[in-house]
Design a binder for this molecule. Structure first.
Ligand SMILES: [Zn+2]
Length: 139
């Protein structure tokens, strides 16, 4: 099924071809492009070998179109993008920006949360729907 990934700031399309494209910076402030697989729970990624990061390192994610930081406002370890399905239904997608940490969450309008990844239990925030509601759509 065709899905689109959209920058929450400029609404630009981040998915081109088979991958979602991000501008990224490691902790040494070295820049690179990071291509992530659009299927939730699939952690395949593509980068140029000159862009290096260590396991456990926090990667800064930016929109390649408007340069906005995509780090979530409510948890600095998570990246926030919008996913739109073919029926134009929008979902908030959050995933860990810690290299090697496999955690992804898909949040619907009605606060339904789908989590994926073997480390998704680390962000217990997503198990508390009432607390989550006030943060919905605020990034
Ligand atoms: Zn943008």
């Amino acid at each position: 099924m065709q899905k689109y990934y959209i920058c929450p700031e400029c609404k630009g399309h981040l998915k081109v071809g088979e991958y979602i494209i991000f501008a990224a910076k490691n902790q040494k402030k070295e820049s690179g492009l990071l291509l992530l697989h659009p299927k939730i729970g699939n952690y395949d990624s593509i980068k140029h070998p000159s862009f290096k990061h260590r396991k456990g390192e926090a990667i800064d994610f930016y929109c390649p179109l408007c340069n906005a930081s995509l780090v979530s406002r409510f948890d600095k370890n998570l990246v926030h993008v919008i996913m739109m399905d073919k029926d134009k239904m929008e979902y908030d997608i959050y995933f860990s920006r810690i290299a090697g940490e496999l955690s992804t969450y898909k949040v619907s309008d009605d606060s339904t949360v789908m989590s994926a990844g073997e480390h998704s239990h680390r962000y217990t925030f997503f198990r508390i729907p009432d607390k989550l509601k006030k943060y919905l759509h605020s990034g």
